[in-house]
Structures are given as structure tokens and as C-alpha cells.
Design a protein around this ligand. Sequence first.
Ligand SMILES: Nc1nc2c(ncn2[C@@H]2O[C@H](COP(=O)(O)OP(=O)(O)OP(=O)(O)O)[C@@H](O)[C@H]2O)c(=O)[nH]1
Ligand SMILES: [Mg+2]
Length: 416
Amino acid sequence: MRVKRFVGENVAETMGKVKRELGSEAVILQTRQFKEGGFLGFFGKMKVEITAAIEDRPATKRVSPASMEAYVAAARSYSGYMERETQEHQAMSAGVSGGVGISAGNRVLGGTPGMTADAGDSLLQQELRQMQSMLLQMNKQLTTLGQENVVWPGALQAWAERLRERGIQEPLVRRLLRQVQQSLSEPEREESEAVWANIQDSVRRMCAQTAVIQPGVQKPRIVALVGPTGVGKTTTIGKLAAGFSIVDKRKVALITADTYRVAAVEQLKTFGEIIGVPVDVVMTPSGLREALSQHADKELIFIDTAGRSPQHELHMSELRAFLDRAQADLTLLAMSATTNTADQIRVLNRFAPLATHLIFTKLDETMSPGNLLNVIDQTSLPVAYLTTGQNVPDDIEAATPARLTRYILGEGSAHA
Ligand SMILES: Nc1nc2c(ncn2[C@@H]2O[C@H](COP(=O)(O)OP(=O)(O)OP(=O)(O)O)[C@@H](O)[C@H]2O)c(=O)[nH]1
Ligand SMILES: [Mg+2]
């Protein structure tokens, strides 16, 4: 790793030096502002210092044909191993093999190498292993308790399957179908149109909380985007900024507090240049206040933040410090529709205290749009936007209850 210190008049100039010397993939390790010259701390000139680093080898490792071959060979032998193991398992459960341990080919897994399972295991070890497998079995049963799929009478069973296929979780499937049972008579429940309309109504009601950004009137409306890494925050800012500035002719400015990689700054700067809106780069929470005050004439200011793992407490507190100084009017939590529900709920729990609205991204990529409903059911935050592709500025839509319902349930016909 090559580490270097750069000094410049301001953030933009210093970042430029970093990029020229170390390239776009450089990582910013530390930034600070200091006064140079002057007398007794007065009349000095503010300077910016950035310490950046770059890996000696390329950040993204290209797969060479030779390593690709090795990979394929490894994958083949792995699948061979899986096959062998499955066969052994089948043989064992059919009572053909008398061993207790799990052996694959010449290898003995989970035991001492070179020792056959039944010869090496004492009675105590065998009992322990049996107890362990019983515990695992019990644990599995406990976790699925209450989540098993209910079998529904008549045509409702097909509807339940259809909702599950969309990725809607079992408790919600039950809620939706109980609603059908409560509102429709038994003969009506066999009519596809009636059931479909009832389910759509319920989902629309669950998705009633939506809201979009309104530009500020007297002063700029400050909108920050937060969320896990790679969900599409910067791209979404590009789409929103383009929509508001080019289509709605609003005065827009962009600020990025994501200075982790030079490439991240470049990404927003490129959007800014194409759209024709100013982009400020800030390194510290106090720098953010200063940048905001310079855009008092704007109607909208979007703040991009670095993607944060909800598990990383230090990063989360850094983000909180930025948001405290930003005093944003709206803080949009971007969540990818491709993330599974359990992880989405984790993200929601960590970020929701900082957020005022949700954005669902990558709707075009998910096969389980029911995830959206699972999340919406767990929060009172309104949904602001839905993004549906990589194209800036086109692939974004304002969230409405009808649109959300359409994505969640699909455009399909009433016939389950
Ligand atoms: N398919 C699809 N891709 C998207 C969408 N939005 C963003 N992307 C892509 O997702 C990738 C990451 O997007 P970014 O905007 O850089 O994500 P980010 O959240 O700013 O990432 P970090 O700043 O690294 O945390 C890029 O390749 C985008 O083109 C979307 O709605 N659909
Ligand atoms: Mg980003």
C-alpha cells in the first residue's frame, strides 16, 4: 500500500491532486483543516490536508483464463464431492453403511483425518453427536413454529401460493387472506375478480403512507440520502437532481459527504456536471454547515452520504454526526428491493431513527417484490420514491399507494 499526504487550498483542489497522483481508486484515510502562516494564530490561511492510500496491486482482481480454468476445475470437483456425499448419505440412511461419521471419498469430515468414524468414536462421542443432531432438529422446529404455511380452503390456497411467490411473508399472507374471508362470502371467495380486488385493496391500504419531495420556498429544502453500501444512493440523487433541475427548473445544489473513495466523489461530480448543478465536497460535519450556507439561494440541496453497514457502530455514529450538522428537512433511507426481508428489517431498525422517508431501489432486479410489503408493514415511515433501473434520470418514480401495490402484487390478472 502506498500512503501519501496532500495539501491544498481547498477540498476540491486537494482531491484533484490525490486523483492525479494516486488515481480514482485511492482511499481517503484522513482529512484535516489547518491554518498556515499568520501570527499568534491570527491571519493564517486555511489549508486542507488529505492523507490517501492506494493498494499496490489492482483493487479489482481480473480473472485470468488460467485462474478461471482452475476455478472451473475446483467447482467441478466440489460438485463431484457433493454428489458423492449425497450418495453416501442415501446409502447410510438406507442402512447399507454402518458408520456413524460422515465420510466423503477418502476424507473423513468432522473427525480425525485418517480414522474411520466408527472405529474412532467412543460411545460417549456417538451419544454426544446424536444429542447434537436432536438439538439441531428441535431448533429447526422451533424457528419454523408459527411460520408453517397454512392450508387454505378452496380457491384461497392458490391465492396463498401466489402471494408467497411474490415474496410476501407468511404472517402477511394470512392477514390478507383472513381479510378476504371476513369481507367475502364463501361463494364470492371462489370468484377470482372479487378476491383479487379485495387483496389489492388491503395492500393499497397498507401502502397508504407515501410522500414526495417539495422544494423549499423561502429557504432551501435540505434532503439527505442514507443507507447501506451500494443500494443506489448516489445514482438516485443524480435522478432526483436531474428531475428537479432540468424538468422542474428548480435551483439545485449537491453536496457529498462521501469522501471514502475518490471514485465516489467523481461519481457525483460527473452527475453534477452533466445536469449543470454545483457539487460541493465536504470532509467534516463543520464543512457541511459551511457548504450549506453557501447555497442559501437554492430551492433544493441534496446531500450524499457514504454507504454504511448497519453493523458498524463507529460508521453509524459518524453518519449521525454529519446528519446532526446537516439539519436536513428530509432524510431518505435508501433500501434495495433485492435485499432479503430479514436483512432489510435489520437495516430499517438501525437507520429508521435517522430517517424521515424510505426509497426502494432496484425494483427492476428483484424477483421478490413482496419484500417491500414486509418492510412497509414494519415501519410508519412514508415511502417517497421507487427506482427501477440504472438510467439517470429516467428510472425513478414517485411512490404512490397504487404504484406500490402494482409492484408488490404484479400486473397479472385476477386469476390465481
Ligand atoms: N438495476 C438497478 N441498478 C441500480 C439502481 N439504482 C442504482 N443502481 C446501480 O447500483 C450500483 C450502485 O449505485 P450507487 O448509486 O453507486 O450506490 P450507492 O448507494 O451510492 O453506493 P455507495 O456510495 O458505495 O454506498 C450502480 O451500478 C448503479 O447503477 C436501480 O434502480 N436499478
Ligand atoms: Mg454513493
